[in-house]
Ligand binder design. Structure first.
Ligand code: ZN
Length: 223
């Protein structure tokens, strides 16, 4: 079993947003074989999956779409239920309602099974503790714990890579630039909670975070 694992291959969780697209190109630089995996989890903006497919194609990576609508239906979130008004700010002492309970738990579980089927052991995800929006499943402690759990669950040596864990949004833009995909990430990815590509709607929490990082990066870059 162990000897057929390809250590030079990775599955990348790809939503089509800034972070996961940057991770896709990061993985392409590091691994000989890359397969992106995108989830239809009942998100209101399904356009995300089309963007993800296009980004995988641009990167020359394989692409798989996994239908997992139960993720959005067992828990409630403003990203999967259009009748819930989205929190624009993080409420004091609580998660914003853009939190999709269990999302990264399910995503990583499914990605690990996929990686094992493909004989790959790296799993790349764009989670970040620095700008984590209050989502507990983006923190380093969760990822490390999940990595141990997955290895125990399948008796397999998965390695979860989190290249953005300690980067803020400005540093994430700098990474995209170093990878030669700054313009692509800026104009073609979809981070906006209102489903608008590129610079987005400008006022949702995801757009605000992305724009503040971009402005900070451009200020330093043009100096
Ligand atoms: Zn937006």
């Amino acid at each position: 079993m162990e000897e057929r694992i390809n250590n030079d291959a990775a599955v990348v969780l790809l939503s089509g947003g800034q972070d996961s697209t940057t991770c896709l190109f990061w993985a392409k630089e590091r691994f000989a074989t890359v397969t992106a995996i995108t989830f239809d989890y009942g998100q209101t903006h399904r356009a995300e999956t089309e963007v993800a497919r296009a980004m995988a194609e641009r990167a020359g990576a394989g692409w798989r779409l996994v239908n997992a609508p139960f993720i959005g239906s067992v828990g409630s979130s403003s990203l999967t239920d259009s009748s819930i008004k989205m929190d624009e700010e993080r409420p004091e002492g609580a998660f914003p309602n853009t939190f999709v309970p269990g999302r990264n738990l399910f995503f990583l579980g499914i990605a690990a099974v996929t990686a094992r089927e493909l004989g790959m052991n790296h799993i790349v995800t764009g989670v970040s503790q620095t700008d984590y929006s209050g989502y507990p499943d983006c923190r380093d402690s969760f990822i490390k714990s999940m990595n141990v759990t997955l290895n125990e669950a399948m008796d397999y040596q998965f390695v979860i890579d989190t290249p953005l864990m300690w980067l803020d949004k400005e540093a994430t833009w700098a990474l995209a630039d170093r990878l030669g995909v700054f313009d692509l990430v800026r104009s073609e990815t979809l981070t906006c909670y209102n489903g608008i590509k590129g610079d987005g709607c400008g006022h949702c929490p995801a757009c605000k975070l992305r724009r503040e990082g971009l402005e900070a990066y451009l200020k330093h870059r043009n100096r």
